[in-house]
Design a protein around this ligand. Structure first.
Ligand code: ADP
Ligand code: MG
Length: 666
């Protein structure tokens, strides 16, 4: 057996299991061996019951009492009280009635499981149990791997399969020249004797992964430098004349960004620029001016947005300002006479096509696409971006836009050929959004404060977590709250919006809201992304503690877009003290500051998780692991300096190729 052997070769894996594993992307022994534990049951360091904190815990305790009862639908519930010298804790098991027989009240056990706060108390959920003296007699059992489940294949199945591969793992050859130790690292991760060992092994494997990513990015950079595209020249006088026609002067940051874009587009090397700016910083205007320059130089531009609502709004807003200067069209799933429009696009009769994913269907053909723009780029995957770029004859210039800051270190190491323009300045005249945390019992006062806004013909967003009441949680739903508010405000027009509505219906609602025909819009987070209705001055977020910091910031950014004072109310779902998250958002309106706080509170993994998953597919490493990134980058330099030939390293080459596909432009 070698790493490339199919998993069917493993003892105990039959056709059925292999099908499930294949489905989860596990085909070869290598894939299986790289299915790493997500955690360990650590019987070495039992904690005192009185010091337990929520999360994965291990205790050494006796069973005070244990009973099993039947519940609805054949469910059984086994409950026990576990005790050590410092205190007692409740444990429960679902559908494991044998626990009552297995656990004797006169013996000591190690229990390992998740401590959760539910139904008003802390309890240990479905803990595993090992007899104390068994563990103490056999130290190799004291640290046990917990693997992520895949379909019906559970952690203990993976334990079994990987155990049979112990010899193969121990003989794994190194992946990267001059970086010895892969076999040991894999052994340490799967069968560690100490927590520290497992950690070190993981760090080795993470470095390996980062090596592939960094080498891929370097190779791409070399290739991109050789890429050529049609330069887009600008006419400065014409551009200045256009600026004069705009209803407002550009901010300094917008001017800087557009200047950088002009310089980039003039070159033969395709632009790859990220426009990063907080909500409301005016990214759309920069995009529109770039498209204007392209159009005047005889090129087409495409602007892709993640939702119909947003695409529609962009198309309408830009038509108003630029309609006399260039031909703008909207292309979404619900566009009527699509085929006719596509003919116009193919004939080059449209200068700027604004759209959703409908832009990248095979039958959308451009005559000469010179500039591709992607709004809210983190919402799109690599494949979608590449499809848009493929609409041009040669690689077009690319402008991506996002409100999510990407750390500088990441930009340089991973997206090496990416240039960044930052909009760090809001348009003049914006007022701060007064933000208040509201306890669920003081919503009456909140509405009293909001009513004058309604009387002034301003509009209100009211955000709920759920669409329907599903009986599973207490969280407010769009439908129920809409009914409730309609009763509360009979003189105002209350309506609702959510993601399960048909695109045409959503558009209709959004149009009516934008036109001021709806006073209170009860909605899910579909309004989160980019929507712009300057007359809306109040944002109410129900169950605000259920959202992440950046999401709250994005939602709040829907108001405060005009000249009027705006308000954001964060309604806590309980009357307990508000969380740090809510207090931060109440205090600050600086997206970059909030992103930093978020980074501290949640850790980099979760925030850049989406980025890594979607764009980079890192499984072990995190790009924010600066120490490992640095080490990997030194290994890459060594690899290139010594002139190793990638083709001679098959496994490595395959991994590098995967990352090249993920980080390339075309
Ligand atoms: P975002 O960066 O979040 O995408 P938008 O592009 O939607 O922001 O712009 C938000 C609002 O600011 C829009 O109403 C837009 O017309 C307005 N705006 C953009 N640039 C300026 C400016 N320089 N001065 C005043 N208002 C501006
Ligand atoms: Mg936007």
């Amino acid at each position: 057996m070698n790493l490339a052997s199919p998993i069917e070769d493993v003892k105990g894996i039959g056709p059925k299991t292999s099908e499930i594993l294949n489905h989860a992307g596990i085909f070869t022994l290598r894939d299986l061996i790289y299915h790493l534990p997500r955690d360990y049951q650590n019987f070495q360091q039992a904690e005192s019951i009185k010091d337990l904190k929520p999360g994965q815990v291990t205790i050494k305790a006796r069973v005070d009492s244990i009973t099993t009862s039947r519940r609805r639908r054949g469910l059984t519930l086994t409950e026990a009280t576990l005790r050590d010298q410092t205190g007692a804790v409740r444990a429960i098991w679902f559908n494991q009635p044998y626990r009552a027989k297995q656990l004797a009240t006169d013996k000591e056990y190690y229990f390992s499981g998740k401590l959760e706060f539910s139904y008003g108390r802390y309890q240990l959920m479905n803990p595993s149990a090992e007899l104390g003296k068994d563990i103490e007699a056999d130290p190799s059992r004291s640290l046990q791997s917990i693997y992520p489940a895949r379909g019906t294949i559970k952690s203990h199945d993976f334990v079994k399969y990987i155990k049979t591969l112990e010899n193969t793992i121990a003989l794994t050859p190194d992946l990267i020249p001059d970086f010895p130790g892969r076999a040991d690292a894999l052994m340490d991760v799967h069968f560690p004797e100490t927590v520290e060992q497992a950690k070190q092994g993981r760090a080795y494997l993470a470095t390996e992964e980062l090596f592939s990513l960094l080498l891929a990015s370097k190779l791409n950079r070399e290739e991109n430098k050789r890429m050529r595209t049609a330069p887009i020249k600008h006419d400065l006088e014409q551009f200045k004349a256009m600026l004069k026609k705009l209803p407002f002067p550009l901010t300094g940051a917008q001017k800087r960004a557009i200047w950088e874009i002009m310089q980039d587009m003039e070159r033969e090397i395709p632009m790859n620029r990220l426009l990063q700016g907080d909500v409301g910083s005016g990214k759309t205007m920069v995009a529109a001016l770039s498209a204007f320059i392209a159009a005047k130089a005889g090129f087409q531009a495409a602007l892709m947005a993640p939702t119909e609502v947003l695409a529609t709004q962009h198309a309408e807003g830009l038509s108003e300002l630029f309609g006399n200067e260039m031909k703008i069209a909207l292309l979404t799933g619900s566009t009527k006479h699509k085929n006719e429009l596509k003919k116009h696009i193919a004939a080059g009769e449209v200068d700027l096509v604004v759209g959703t994913h409908a832009l990248i269907t095979d039958d959308t053909v451009f005559k000469n696409l010179g500039l591709a723009i992607i709004d809210e780029q983190h919402r799109f995957g690599v494949a979608q971006r590449q499809k848009l770029l493929a609409k041009a004859h040669t690689l077009p210039h690319l402008l991506s836009m996002t409100a999510t800051p990407i750390p500088r270190s990441l930009q340089l190491t991973i997206f090496g050929d990416l240039s960044v323009s930052v909009l760090d300045e809001l348009p003049a005249g914006r007022q701060a959004i007064t933000t208040k945390i509201v306890s669920p019992n003081s919503t009456k006062q909140m509405w009293d404060a909001i009513e004058p806004e309604l009387q002034n013909h301003h509009q209100v967003y009211y955000i709920c977590k759920k669409i329907d009441d599903d009986g599973k949680s207490e969280l407010a739903s769009v439908k129920r709250e809409c009914q409730h508010l309609a009763k509360l405000f009979p003189n105002y027009h209350v309506d609702l919006l959510h993601g399960k509505m048909k695109a045409a219906e959503k558009d209709e609602i959004m149009k009516r809201f934008a036109a001021g025909q709806i006073d209170i819009l009860v909605s899910t987070t579909v309004v989160e992304v980019g929507v712009n209705v300057p007359n809306a001055t109040v944002m109410v977020i129900k169950d605000a503690d259920q959202y992440g910091l950046s999401q709250l910031h994005q939602l709040r950014g829907r108001v405060g877009r005009g000249q009027d004072a705006s308000y954001c109310y964060l309604v806590n779902s309980s009357s307990e003290a508000p969380s740090r998250r809510l207090r931060e958002i109440e205090r600050s309106q600086d997206g970059f500051h909030l992103a930093e706080v978020d980074l501290k509170l949640r850790g980099p993994g979760e925030i850049y998780g989406a980025l890594q998953h979607g764009a980079l597919d890192l499984r072990i490493a995190s790009v924010t692991d600066t120490k490992l990134v640095h080490q990997a980058s030194k290994l890459v330099d060594n690899f290139l300096k010594k002139g190793y030939d990638l083709l001679e390293y098959k496994e490595l080459a395959a991994s590098v190729r995967k990352y090249q596909r993920l980080t390339t432009l075309n």
